[in-house]
Design a protein around this ligand. Structure first.
Ligand code: ZN
Length: 250
């Protein structure tokens, strides 16, 4: 069940049988000449929505603009500053906790969110520990975790099996394949030069564009197919349902 397509009596009924929710979280950033700007949010959203429908799990709205300052030299990218991101995550979590959601599972689609999402969880826990404003004035103290979809058990192995060469770190064929499966009318074919992009580290946006001129890092997304995307989604949905149930019981 998707929260945005539910009514409040349906949410009230769900809360009587579960206090768990999955929140897909992504980013809004360039993914090379063939990858969609919304790739990270789309991957998390598609996997979460299918798991929710299959296993009676409520799925919250997609948090679709993340921490992506390093992509800002490419048109279309949007970012939150880390401090803004932490503040907004706290408000999202506190809103859900207010209604009784105590197990909040963020399904992440963007590596650049991981550190800041953990900072947000640390702030939420500090609210409770320090006895100040916020969480401890509510009925429910939320327990939050994050899991990146490609790190769900078995998924990274499947990525490497599908793409032994050219998987890379950004605009990967696996994430592009998932978007091709989800949005087959938006598959892009553009020559990529070099075939496999350079790898390396980066800091700020101008330096990123200088080192990775077409936006990709270490990847060859031309290897992606919608059929691969279907396989990845099916495997990730199965792994997500199991991981979410484990979290509920932890
Ligand atoms: Zn991505």
């Amino acid at each position: 069940m998707q929260l945005q397509l539910a009514t409040w009596p349906e949410v009230e009924a769900y809360l009587a049988r579960s206090s768990g929710i999955i929140v897909p979280i992504g980013s809004f950033e360039q993914h090379g000449p063939t990858g969609l700007i919304g790739t990270d949010a789309i991957c998390a959203e598609v996997i979460a929505a299918r798991a929710g429908a299959e296993a009676d799990i409520l799925v919250g709205p997609t948090f679709n603009v993340g921490v992506a300052q390093h992509h800002m030299a490419f048109p279309g990218s949007m970012t939150l500053r880390p401090a803004t991101f932490v503040a907004v995550i706290r408000d999202w979590v506190n809103s859900l906790a207010q209604h009784g959601f105590e197990k909040i599972y963020f399904l992440n689609g963007h590596g650049g969110n991981i550190a800041t999402l953990n900072s947000a969880f640390a702030e939420l826990n500090a609210d409770v520990s320090l006895g100040g404003h916020g969480i401890n004035q509510q009925r429910v103290i939320p327990d939050c975790v994050q899991q990146s979809w490609w790190l769900l058990p078995g998924i990274y192995d499947l990525c490497k099996q599908l793409y032994p060469q050219g998987h890379g770190g950004h605009a990967t064929p696996s994430e592009v394949a998932v978007t091709q499966f989800a949005y087959p009318d938006h598959i892009k074919h553009v020559p990529l030069e070099p075939e496999t992009a350079p790898s390396g580290r980066f800091t700020h946006a101008a330096q990123y564009r200088e080192k990775f001129p077409d936006g990709r890092i270490g990847s060859n997304p031309a290897l992606a197919t919608p059929e691969d995307g279907e396989r990845l989604v099916a495997a990730a949905v199965k792994a997500l349902i199991a991981d979410f149930r484990h979290f509920l019981n932890s």
